[in-house]
Design a protein around this ligand. Structure first.
Ligand SMILES: Cc1cc2nc3c(=O)[nH]c(=O)nc-3n(C[C@H](O)[C@H](O)[C@H](O)COP(=O)(O)O)c2cc1C
Length: 340
């Protein structure tokens, strides 16, 4: 059934197709219809970061940036939903076109630039949703906030989303906000993590609940850099790491239409790079911090591969565009088969 929808959607510009999909999934969710579109995935419960997940396959950040279709995505069978990236203030993002399909490679290039309606809009959407499963809220900084002041934006978002999130993801790995990725390294990372942890402790006291903090990192790192990130996360006592965001590399798309567009590449071409980061993290972290793996899952096998590499949970984005909701169940089944 999705192949027909995909044929129609792929006739539209990628961003129009994206907006229409969010509208349809959101409307289906409000009417409680989306469960009819696809067979529900098996229950494969898992406990991570102190949270209970009905299955380990989640929606990655960036598909529902404003939280407009939370119930709709949940009804498709995701074990958890991550919304955002949200910034303190609404911002338009980069000029269009900024989203490109590379179907021959099951890939996407985007330079959206955190287009979003701001944290207050997102929270209104969260409050309007009926969903009571695991909800991650992914936070970032506004384009015009200097990177030296980035911590203020993350703290402002953390304070607002804290009482409404199951976990909060700190996105320091989008390639489309200049300077953002520098926050993944050295003193900048250490200072950011310390500030977030201090605020998390205050908020834990205020709300009587510790909301876990996850850091989302890029795939474009050497093993040495990945090891440094791992030790910084352990030192700061973070709750999880999400690996990975999109890549600036262009391996696997050479010569294809749109391959030279600026932005982050996702889908099949980022898969191995991303799984490699998961392996390095798993060996450095040795079970002390859970890993959420994302990048290039386009069929069930790849989801199982991420778990075998050391992840506790997976997320999908580009694979959902190419394969539709059936990919969720396929990924859940492949992961369940690992347990047998
Ligand atoms: C169009 C688009 C927008 C994205 N926006 C965000 C975002 O706002 N925040 C974020 O953390 N990741 C964002 N991502 C990255 C995805 O969450 C994911 O990490 C990446 O695409 C790799 O997974 P995939 O190969 O399954 O797509 C975006 C990806 C795409 C394709």
């Amino acid at each position: 059934m999705y192949s027909l929808a995909r044929e129609l959607l792929f006739k539209l510009s990628p961003e129009t197709a994206h907006e229409l999909s969010i509208d349809l999934i959101g409307a289906g969710g409000r009417l409680g219809l989306n469960g009819l579109l696809t067979k529900a995935p098996a229950r494969v419960p898992v406990s991570v970061m102190g949270l209970e997940f009905p299955n380990p396959v989640g929606l990655a950040a960036g598909l529902d940036k404003n939280g407009d279709a939370i119930d709709g995505f949940a009804q498709l069978g995701f074990g958890f939903i991550e919304i955002g990236t949200v910034t303190p203030r609404a911002q338009p993002g980069n000029p269009k076109p900024r989203l490109f399909r590379l179907p021959e490679a099951e890939a996407v290039i985007n330079r959206m630039g955190f287009n979003n309606l701001g944290v207050d809009h997102l929270l209104a959407r969260v409050q309007a949703a009926k969903y009571n499963g695991v909800l991650g809220i992914n936070i970032g900084k506004n384009f015009d906030t200097p990177v030296e002041r980035a911590v203020d934006d993350y703290l402002a978002c953390l304070e607002k989303v804290y009482p409404h999130a199951s976990y909060v993801t700190v996105n320091v790995s989008s390639p489309n906000t200049p300077g953002l990725r520098s926050l993944q390294f050295g003193d900048s990372l250490k200072e950011l993590l310390e500030a977030l942890r201090r605020r998390q402790e205050d908020l834990t006291e205020e709300y009587g609940r510790r909301v876990p903090l996850a850091i989302k990192i890029a795939p474009d790192m050497s093993d040495e850099e990945t090891a440094l990130v791992a030790s910084a996360l352990l030192n700061a006592d973070m709750d999880a790491v999400i690996a990975t965001n999109t890549t600036l590399g262009r391996e696997g798309v050479d010569g294809l239409a749109h391959a030279d567009e600026a932005g982050g590449l996702s889908g099949a071409p980022v898969r191995d790079k991303s799984t490699h980061i998961v392996r390095v993290l798993a060996s450095e972290l040795a079970g002390r911090l859970p890993i959420i793996a994302v990048g290039g899952i386009t069929d069930g096998r790849h989801a199982a591969e991420k778990i075998a590499a050391g992840a506790s949970l997976v997320q999908i984005y580009s694979g959902f565009i190419y394969k539709g909701p059936a990919l969720i169940r396929e990924a859940v089944d492949a992961i369940a088969a690992l347990r047998k």
